[in-house]
Design a protein around this ligand. Structure first.
Ligand code: 5AD
Ligand code: SF4
Length: 467
């Protein structure tokens, strides 16, 4: 999809509002208003929240962790499963008392959840103390919405979706110092039958490659050493655009940037994981040795019902290709248990993929019915209790695999980025370019540095020594 470039005008308008909020908010709250951004769901939301914080910072807000003292509270929500939505409503409910105590506090809700009509209606009717509801395509207009509310406007519900625009250069306040997120594309065209994402995030659209490279280089300059490229379907990056840069080419461009760093990416769709991409990962040494390839189900029958565009055999062949080309690769996956119509036989096909592939780790979910998706009207006869039993069986199978996996680390040396303290006094944690975390003796002077660590033992985690 070709993008609609009207960026500067959009940015200038919002910067104008931000300046006006700066003085309005100071009058309303005193010199330093506080904002709390609460994030639910995936890394895309975490990244979007970093931009919300960037805009709030520009408007003069100090970012705080708790809603208790905040003058502006925003919930960045997730709609992928019902459980996430329930948690959000619980949290929004808590702001009722806060607004009673401090009526000037503004409460906003954004993200995937509110892009569903029935949820926006529910907030309108049952949560009258929510001031601003903004959809996934208008989050860059936060300064405008806050300005309007501070100037006495009624409640704001802005949920329009214009798919061919990406707003660039929104201010950003990143959470991490060494690890950072970098969105490369937005939306999804795949319409897996269980998934709400294409409805709430809109059609797939990719950022221009030069914009990504620019931001990437700036992050490296700012000290980031581990950068994750984000998208619902990262490996379909660039499809339909005239610049001709696909995901593999983008990885090569970033790999060529000088410096020591790790480039990660998620999420990849198995159908777009080409041999070209596998060869690129193999050849580009700064690209992470990790492939997250959600297979969702090991049953070809269920995969068809899920509209996944591959079957069991194709997935296993892909894994074989990946392991042949990149033997050291860590594989991870997402699995859904209890999709409508799934039988125990189908589930056993999922189990056998888990034991065969030997994933480093898994993200496992019980199917959650999402209103408006094709799967929501499919017959679903398996009880929640039965699905729960299958789910436990799956976790047990993965636990066994994980224990077997440990042996491959012992005795090997890894280049790790030291990026956190260990709970053990005098020890630090480092991440390999795959998914492993290794604990080793060291102090805070190592934070943000790459070191070589030899794995010596396993004690509730991998333990090693700097060499
Ligand atoms: N129910 C359960 N899990 C889901 N996912 C997406 N939609 C649903 C749903 N309706 C899972 C998929 C996806 C991950 C991000 O969330 O496994 O890969
Ligand atoms: Fe949802 Fe499928 Fe798109 Fe992933 S690829 S966001 S599971 S529709």
């Amino acid at each position: 999809m070709e993008l609609n470039i009207q960026n500067n005008a959009i940015l200038e308008t919002q910067q104008g509002y931000a300046k006006r909020v700066l003085s309005l908010a100071a009058n309303t709250y005193g010199t330093c208003p506080k904002a709390c951004v609460l994030t639910f769901g995936c890394q895309q939301n975490v990244s979007d929240s970093e931009r919300l914080k960037g805009m709030l910072f520009e408007m003069g807000y100090t970012i705080v962790d708790s809603m208790e003292n905040a003058d502006f509270i925003i919930f960045n929500t997730c709609a992928v499963r019902e459980h996430a939505e329930d948690r959000v409503f619980g949290n929004i409910g808590m702001t009722k008392q806060i607004k009673k105590d401090r009526p000037n506090t503004l409460v906003a809700v954004c993200g995937c959840m509110v892009q569903q009509k029935h949820i926006a209606e529910k907030i309108k009717k049952s949560y009258p103390y929510v001031d601003i509801v903004m959809g996934t395509h208008v989050e860059h207009r936060l300064p405008e919405f806050i300005y309007k509310k501070l100037s006495g406007a009624k409640r704001i519900f802005e949920l329009s979706m214009e798919d061919n625009t990406i707003v660039e250069d929104i201010p950003i306040k990143r959470d991490g110092k060494f690890k950072g997120w970098l969105p490369i594309m937005y939306g999804c065209n795949n319409f897996c039958t269980y998934c709400i994402v294409p409805y709430v995030r809109g059609r797939e659209r990719s950022r221009e490659p030069q914009k990504i490279v620019e931001e990437f280089k700036q992050m490296i300059k700012d000290g980031y050493k581990d950068i994750t490229l984000l998208g619902q379907n990262v490996n379909s990056y660039g499809k339909g655009a005239s610049h001709g840069v696909n995901f593999a080419k983008l990885l090569r461009m970033l790999n060529d940037v000088p410096g020591e760093f790790v480039i990660r990416f998620m999420t990849s769709h198995p159908k777009d994981c080409t041999i070209e991409l596998l060869d690129t990962i193999k050849e580009c040494k700064k690209v992470s040795r990790h492939l997250h390839l959600p297979f969702q189900s090991g049953s070809s029958r269920i995969l068809k019902l899920m509209n996944r565009y591959y079957d069991r055999e194709q997935y296993l062949q892909l894994i074989k290709n990946a392991k042949e080309r990149i033997p050291e690769v860590d594989l991870t996956s997402d699995i859904i248990v209890g999709f409508p119509g799934e039988t125990y036989e189908d589930f056993k096909d999922t189990l056998s993929v888990v034991t065969e592939v030997k994933f480093a780790s898994l993200f496992t979910f019980i199917y959650s019915k999402r209103r408006g998706t094709p799967a929501s009207v499919m017959e679903d006869n398996i009880t929640r209790a039965e699905k729960g039993k299958w789910f436990s069986e799956l976790l047990l199978a993965q636990e066994k695999v994980a224990l077997e996996n440990i042996n491959k680390f012992i005795g090997n040396t890894y280049r790790v980025l030291c990026d956190d303290y260990s709970e053990r006094e005098g020890y630090m944690l480092g991440h390999t370019s795959g998914t492993a975390v290794i604990e080793f003796e060291g102090d805070k002077s190592l934070l943000g540095k790459f070191v070589n660590v030899k794995v010596e033992s396993y004690n509730n985690g991998l333990c090693g020594k700097i060499i």
